[in-house]
Design a protein around this ligand. Structure first.
Ligand code: G3P
Ligand code: CA
Length: 241
């Protein structure tokens, strides 16, 4: 049985990384949600993918140059469709309040591989603890120093390196960065790599698996989770092969 994680929420039907996209992922039957976190100017963890606001809001400039209060005034929905005008850049706290009572898993990607946000790891861990989400969350990042930092602060929370290609024996790399699972680009996975992960008891969650052909491969390989823009289609395919 493979878990289905909605990438930035159900991001093909709703504006990515907004509460509308997360609520749609729940309606679609996703087992979990993947989202991206950065810090506002006043140090509040906020959910947005790009370092700049330009693509997914009606404002320009760096996320880190605006306070959370200012960010909430920007429109994070109209870029996709007028019907989503008024969607905000959510804070991680707002999101956790919503998801905590639901039977869902969570993947927080720390978006700190381009800008290093001082205190991001501590703040995310504190919020996860406050909402009792530590046991159903995996923290991932392309910044693998950040994953080691997390492990030094918290002995138990699951972490996973994100990577795009070319790692030799990636199951060994996962251990080298003190992690428990791997989040590779889906095209970097081959049966012999999957076998290596399996032998080492390391769960794999490839991103971003959008074609039904690749979904079926991963279901057949017994992949623990896939991260997809199309959770509804993935769930239907899994339940009615
Ligand atoms: O976490 C998997 C995937 O989201 C990583 O790439 O650019 O979509 O954040 P990106
Ligand atoms: Ca991401």
């Amino acid at each position: 049985m493979t878990y289905i994680f909605a990438h930035r929420g159900s991001c093909k039907d709703c504006p990515e990384n907004t509460m509308a996209a997360f609520k749609k992922a729940y309606e679609d039957g996703a087992d979990g949600i993947e989202l991206d976190v950065q810090l506002s100017k006043d140090g509040i963890p906020v959910i947005i993918h790009d370092e700049k606001l330009d693509r997914t809001t009606n404002k320009k400039g760096y996320v880190t140059d605006y306070t959370y209060e200012e960010l909430t005034k920007f429109d994070a929905g109209s870029w996709l469709s007028k019907s989503f005008s008024g969607e905000q850049v959510p804070s991680l706290q707002l999101f956790l309040e919503w998801i905590a009572p639901l039977p869902m898993l969570l993947n927080i990607e720390l978006k700190n591989n381009i800008i290093e946000y001082n205190g991001l790891e501590e703040k995310v861990l504190q919020l996860l603890h406050h909402y009792g989400m530590e046991e159903r969350t995996v923290i991932s990042s392309f910044n693998h120093y950040s994953l080691v930092k997390i492990r030094k602060m918290n002995a138990y929370i699951e972490t996973a390196p994100l990577y795009s290609s070319g790692l030799y024996e990636p199951w060994e790399y996962v251990k080298a960065v003190w992690s428990q699972s791997a989040h590779p680009h889906y095209k970097s996975l081959h049966p012999y790599i999957m076998e290596g992960f399996k032998q080492n008891n390391i769960p794999v969650r490839p991103y971003t698996v959008n074609s039904q052909k690749w979904m079926n491969y991963f279901f057949e390989w017994g992949t623990q989770t896939i991260i997809t823009d199309y959770p509804l289609i993935a769930k239907q395919l899994l339940n009615n092969p």
